[in-house]
Design a protein around this ligand. Structure first.
Ligand SMILES: *Cc1c(COP(=O)(O)O)cnc(C)c1O
Length: 341
């Protein structure tokens, strides 16, 4: 298969239309057979549930070309399971998990010409999503839904090396106790836009959200979970019912323990102890791990000993091991890699 003529190293993180997308419709209580289609646009009624009451959920994962030239995705079964959890919380029908994985595989196969080559640093981003489609004006769940998967090639997240970022403690809350912070829903992002625009206007790269009940514990950023490294090389990640369970973060904790022999802890992390950590990173599909060099809390700076020039040594090791597994340079745990072709 001939690759598209794309300048892989310089494409950035944006939407580029690819050839095919997967669509399945839910109507009269059941999903249809689904199909790959050409049209990138969606026509729907002005009163569609998604437009009026934001009934929409999504997932995000990537396809890579491995060192030996295969196209693979990373743990798509966990995205399928997480989307099922999101659907239940927003009173949407679950798209069957096996069908989710098949839809991802089919969509990537159909767009194989857009999967960036090994070594380019670029990847094919995969976006499964689902939304309420029929007219809804009285507040209730929609009766008809569409599940879709599209792909778009994205460039290397870190051009010229992963420079540590500066984040600020946000005055806004991301997720309420017993709310929707643990599901991947568009609504969580809509309300985070003002907070991130404010953070950027103040010169910060990202927000650190604290738990909204007590504002004493670290939760996550708008779209990535935290990991911390203690001065004696333990990996610590916040435990909370209101953070989104990042697949990258869960994989990093496994890699830390089983590949690098490090002690790992998932527990309450109080903001007061952040100053005592040696390294800090943000975990998510987009960047895998972005190093954090500095946290600013209303003018008070916490500078991690790893500094502002490069990733800390333990973060670097975690990054190399996980990306090595994803790119096929390091043997993966069973069932982590789904081979597409
Ligand atoms: C998607 C997401 C993450 C990262 O999850 P991954 O599965 O690692 O990509 C973290 N936090 C939030 C709020 C998210 O929506």
């Amino acid at each position: 298969m001939e690759k598209k003529n794309i300048d892989w190293e310089n494409i950035g993180f944006g939407y580029m239309e690819t050839d095919k997308r997967y669509v399945a419709n839910y109507k009269d209580g059941k999903w249809d057979g689904g199909a790959l289609i050409d049209d990138a646009n969606i026509t729907m009624n002005e009163c569609a549930g998604v437009l009026q009451y934001a009934q929409t959920i999504f997932e995000g994962l990537k396809a890579y070309t491995t060192e030996d030239g295969r196209i693979v995705t990373f743990r798509p079964d966990l995205n399928a399971a997480r989307m099922a959890d999101s659907a239940k919380r927003l009173e949407m029908p679950v798209f069957p998990e096996e069908r989710f994985v098949e839809a991802v595989v089919e969509t990537v196969k159909a767009n194989a010409a857009y999967v960036p080559p090994y070594g380019s640093g670029a990847t094919l981003y995969i976006r499964p999503y689902m939304f309420g489609m029929n007219p809804v004006i009285g507040v209730k769940p929609a009766d008809e839904y569409q599940f879709r998967v599209f792909t778009t090639p994205v460039g290397p997240y870190f051009k010229g090396g992963a420079k540590p970022i500066t984040i600020c403690v946000s005055d806004f809350d991301r997720a309420a106790p017993h709310g929707t912070g643990h599901i991947k829903a568009g609504l969580n992002y809509a309300m985070s836009l003002h907070a991130i625009v404010t953070a950027h206007a103040n010169g910060f790269d990202e927000n650190m959200y604290l738990d909204s009940a007590t504002r004493t514990k670290v939760e996550e950023t708008g779209g990535a979970n935290f990991i911390f490294v203690t001065k004696d090389n333990k990996i610590v990640t916040p435990h909370s019912e209101t953070i989104l369970p990042s697949i990258t973060r869960r994989s990093i904790m496994y890699v830390a323990e089983h590949y690098l022999g490090l002690e790992v802890e998932e527990r309450d992390v109080y903001f007061d102890e952040v100053k005592d950590f040696a390294e800090c990173g943000l975990c998510g599909t987009a960047a895998v791990i972005s190093p954090v060099g500095k946290v600013v809390d209303h003018g008070e700076e916490i500078c991690f000993p790893s500094g502002m020039e490069k990733m800390g040594p333990v973060t670097q090791k975690l990054y190399e091991t996980l990306t090595g597994i994803q790119m096929g340079r390091i043997k993966a745990p069973e069932d982590w890699i789904k081979v597409i072709g």
